[in-house]
Ligand binder design. Structure first.
Ligand code: AMP
Ligand code: GLY
Length: 426
């Protein structure tokens, strides 16, 4: 079978790497891919959100399975388009991808289906939003409705900061039409975890838990990023709590949709805050997490192609996922300056030495391969993973491999997994 992976990040390298292990797969294409994916797939020069060109390519090449990594093509309706042409594609239809594409849709769905989440109100008028803000006070969370490249959520610690965020979104319109509406939401406190499930619309099969590190500096300080590291499992989500999240979050959503005649297929990701009142949903994603996927897939023993096909065909009840019990930890190596401006095209050295570290895999994100050399091409450059008997040893493996990689301006956090280790140690 030929498989097409859509996207170019570390998540897509992890997906392609896992798909390459399937005996059913003869050839992998990736659009547009990166320098690491190029080792295992043929790169296709089509942007991840160019649904029309992707469809044409998949038809011509008779692709047997398409996996869309990022949210943009899903929210644009890539699953609807491919399915209409009889092509198999993993992911939710456009209407349900709006769980990620519209925060208003996600909050209203949660309210309707009884999923625990922070109290909220929706506004399209800045004056009315500010009146409500005065009533509620700070801290408060301001969220642009639509996709805003990960920048649309502002956790405001003062009324002034919240007012500025309201003006940015509704008056200055810094996110364009993604900011036609916004949400003002109660600020929750607790520890976060990422819980993902596979779904075929009826059966819900959880993946192992994970947690990411969103801030740029050690001790979770500094600016928010796309994610500086991740690990799986997340010890904060004990067995009982994990089951509670499946029962209170995923079953109501997926079964609720089913009762309304809508079938959620693919992977559903919930960002959960573990509060003193129990788990609450912060956000949904209609796709795999990045960098969580780099820490989850090295633990998956089952064939991902079988799982993806079962989600599409409605036969997920026939599949039992097998997992490596060992934890996995992923360190993101970034370009100096990220998430602000950074320089590109720095040669990356030491990848072969890093490859020799046992139980480690290096996933590429912002890289390009030119002849036999690999260069940086993005803010997040590599995701270096390690498996170990516990999070501490997984961390040692990952840092050992990361230590062998060199490029001008390489930056990574030194404390990935610190929360988990605190818990593991007692
Ligand atoms: P994003 O991934 O861009 O949707 O941002 C979500 C992040 O904003 C979460 O990971 C939380 O850290 C934070 N966040 C979102 N909603 C809340 C909330 N109600 N209370 C506190 N923090 C929140
Ligand atoms: N790691 C957060 C995300 O994938 O949205």
């Amino acid at each position: 079978m030929k498989v097409l992976v859509v996207g170019s990040g570390g998540r897509e390298h992890a997906l392609a790497w896992k798909i390459a292990q399937s005996k059913k797969v003869d050839k992998i294409f990736c659009a547009p891919g990166n320098g690491g994916i190029k080792e295992i797939a043929e790169l296709v020069n089509i942007k991840a959100d160019d649904v029309v060109s992707l469809l044409k390519f998949a038809k011509e090449e008779r692709i047997g399975l398409t996996m869309a990594g990022p949210e943009a093509p899903l929210v644009k309706g890539i699953v609807d388009e491919f399915t209409r042409e009889g092509l198999k594609i993993f992911g939710p239809v456009k209407e349900l991808a709006m769980l990620e594409g519209s925060k208003v849709f996600a909050k209203e769905t949660m309210k309707r289906l009884g999923v625990p989440t922070a109290d909220f109100k929706v506004f399209s008028d800045a004056g009315k939003a500010k009146e409500y803000l005065k009533e509620k006070g700070a801290p408060i969370v301001v969220k642009a409705d639509g996709l805003a490249a990960g920048k649309g959520v502002i956790v405001a610690s003062s009324i002034e900061d919240a007012e500025a965020a309201i003006d940015d979104i509704l008056v200055k319109r810094i996110f364009g039409s993604a900011g036609d509406r916004l949400i003002l939401e109660d600020c929750l406190e607790g520890e976060e975890a990422s819980i993902l499930v596979f779904s075929d619309g009826k059966t819900i099969t959880p993946l192992v838990s994970s947690q990411d590190h969103k801030r740029i500096f050690d001790n979770d300080k500094g600016a928010n990023t796309g994610g500086m590291g991740a690990y799986s499992p997340a010890p904060v989500v004990s067995g009982e709590l994990f089951d509670e999240i499946i029962d209170k979050v995923f079953r109501p959503i997926i079964n609720g949709f089913a009762k309304e005649g809508k079938s959620y297929k693919g992977v559903l990701y919930a960002g959960i805050m573990i509060t003193k009142d129990g788990p609450m949903v912060l956000e949904f994603n209609a796709r795999f997490g990045d960098p969580e996927t780099q820490a989850i897939l090295p633990r998956l023993k089952s064939d991902l192609v079988d799982v993806a096909m079962a989600c599409i065909d409605g036969t997920l009840d026939k599949i039992k996922l097998e997992w490596d019990k060992r934890p996995c930890l992923c360190i993101v190596c970034a370009s100096k300056g990220y998430p602000g401006p950074y320089e590109k095209h720095k040669e990356i050295k030491g990848l072969e030495d890093a490859r020799k570290v046992k139980d480690s895999v290096v996933f590429h994100a912002g890289t390009v391969r030119e002849n036999e050399k690999v260069f940086t091409s993005g803010g997040r450059v590599l995701g270096v993973t390690g498996l170990g008997m516990d999070i501490k040893s997984a961390k040692e493996v990952a840092y050992k491999a990361a230590g062998r990689i060199k490029f001008d301006g390489i930056y990574y956090r030194n404390d990935i997994g610190y929360r988990a280790m605190g818990r593991e140690n007692g």
